[in-house]
Ligand binder design. Structure first.
Ligand code: ATP
Ligand code: MG
Ligand code: MG
Ligand code: MG
Length: 468
């Protein structure tokens, strides 16, 4: 059976053979791009090549790119543990053409690789095209996809834009049908969000440029940007439906099962999955220089860490757990990503310290949460004030509380939470006004002592971003 490590190599080798430069993954913190929280697709490191601002000595590239989707427009945090196909950290395999080949080569490349080299049964594949893209439709027909398996889609799912202005164009996607024993409908249908038809590959045709005045013109330079989730293609090639059943994810789940003595396939399964996923995103973020903090990227990392810790707590882990799983991760991924091994000590220490620090407030906060819930009507939402207290006093990020409630079929009154947050900020501002610089600083430190730094950017930093 091909491992995820083998599959990554096969992909890169296929495109290398076809004239592509094998380029290393860029870091998760995008260089020179404050608008983007984390690298969330393969094209991010090539933005300037698509716009023509930068040129390199190659016009075709292929990568396995580290991606995190846990904040901003692409946020899959809430999907983790619940769908078969989403991670917060995943690897996106891609091939790129910078003004070189276009649709007539890009579609056959993708088709040949998955049906011939990977040997996937073509009868189970479906493709989508943007509704007006007759050219792509015809090329799919030509490679042998029957017309009734080429679905025209009119939504933005099949029209990609780099941002409000700039390069854009239609895209085409390849889906695999895992069979009617799994809930879900074909792309474009109301049940698309199920896990029966899983999107494996997304191919973008950059052919237009969008201007601020609303006009759109054809680009001189036509480019290709593609992305395929390694874990998704890996699941297929390993005869699995679920990304979490691939060899690599399974090794991490088993490490967590071993460390907690909790059955990885029993009723606690979801906790193991969340831990395996979050272990990857936290470790890779730390390796790329992000440290837990109360604002910006560091706050997103802290949120993921704390979430993982709650799931570890639910598995009955009395002592810090996450740091004990790092060796398994390094064993699985250290060869492909040497930065993991280099940062192993830092990752281990950071995870351990954060878990030790959070432990007492986690326990107390969860107790408070139970008390609050016991006083509520069945199914009622948790009042915003209670969620705010958990946040403010116990360090529970809102999404952690929401995650905890989701298992019980409840929600948080987020308007109430926002109102409580606004009220605290107003108080803090009032306390600041009218005092001299020295006094301001003293008050600020007092407030931080009492409340922590609440002025974080984590929730609503909206970002114009690259996506595949
Ligand atoms: P989906 O519709 O399933 O959420 P997407 O359309 O958001 O996927 P793209 O932005 O097109 O995904 O990314 C390109 C490819 O990366 C996808 O076709 C998929 O194979 C993979 N991918 C995207 N998001 C994730 C994720 N959270 N975890 C694992 N793989 C992913
Ligand atoms: Mg998505
Ligand atoms: Mg999609
Ligand atoms: Mg897509």
């Amino acid at each position: 059976m091909a491992s995820l490590n083998d599959i990554r190599s096969t992909f890169l080798e296929y495109f290398r053979r076809n004239g592509h430069e094998v380029v290393p993954s860029s870091p998760l913190v995008p260089r020179n791009d404050p608008t983007l929280m984390f690298t969330n697709s393969g094209m991010v490191q090539f933005k300037n090549l698509f716009t023509g601002v930068e040129r390199r000595d190659y016009v075709r590239a292929t990568t396995a790119q580290k991606c995190v989707r846990a904040g901003g427009k692409h946020n899959d945090l809430d999907n983790v543990g619940y769908t078969a196909r989403h991670h917060t950290f995943f690897e996106m395999l891609g091939n790129f053409s910078f003004g070189d080949y276009f649709k007539t080569e890009a579609i056959p490349f993708a088709w040949e690789l998955i049906t011939r080299d990977f040997g996937i049964d073509a009868k189970r594949l479906l493709t989508t095209v943007y509704h007006t893209d007759d050219e792509a439709f015809e090329i799919w027909k030509k490679v042998g996809v029957p017309e009734d398996r080429i679905i025209r889609i009119a939504t933005s799912d099949n029209f990609w834009q780099m941002g409000p202005t700039g390069p854009c164009g239609p895209c085409t996607e390849i889906f695999y049908d895992h069979g009617d024993h799994i809930w879900g409908g074909p792309p474009g249908s109301a049940e698309e969000d199920g896990d029966r038809f899983i999107e494996i590959w997304n191919v973008v045709f950059m052919q237009n440029e969008q201007f601020a005045d609303g006009s759109m013109v054809p680009l001189d330079m036509q480019s290709i940007d593609t992305g395929m989730g390694l874990e998704r293609i890996g699941a297929l090639l390993q005869g699995k439906h679920d990304n979490y059943d691939t060899d690599l994810m399974r090794a991490l789940i088993e490490a967590a099962a071993h460390a907690t003595s909790v059955d990885p396939d029993g009723p606690q399964k979801v906790h193991h999955r969340v831990i395996a996923d979050h272990l990857r995103s936290c470790s890779f973020l730390i390796a790329d220089g992000v440290m837990p903090s109360n604002e910006g990227r560091g706050y997103v990392l802290r949120r993921i860490m704390r979430r993982a810790m709650r799931h570890a707590h639910l598995l009955g882990a009395k002592d810090p757990l996450m740091h004990r799983l790092v060796p398994s991760l390094v064993q699985q991924m250290g060869q492909a990503y040497p930065e993991l091994g280099r940062a192993q000590a830092l990752i281990t220490e950071t995870l351990k310290l954060e878990e030790e620090r959070f432990k007492t407030t986690l326990d107390r906060g969860l107790k408070l949460l139970d008390e609050e819930l016991s006083g509520l009507d069945e199914g009622a939402a948790l009042p915003g004030a209670a969620a705010f207290k958990l946040y403010d006093t116990y360090g529970f990020p809102l999404d952690l509380t929401q995650d905890a409630l989701r298992e019980k079929g409840r929600a948080v009154d987020t308007d109430g939470f926002d109102a409580a947050m606004a009220e605290q900020k107003a108080k803090a501002r009032a306390a600041w006004s009218g005092s001299g610089e020295q006094a301001d600083a003293a008050i600020w430190y007092d407030l931080v002592e009492q409340h922590g730094v609440t002025e974080f950017l984590g929730y609503d930093t909206e970002i114009a971003e690259g996506q595949v």
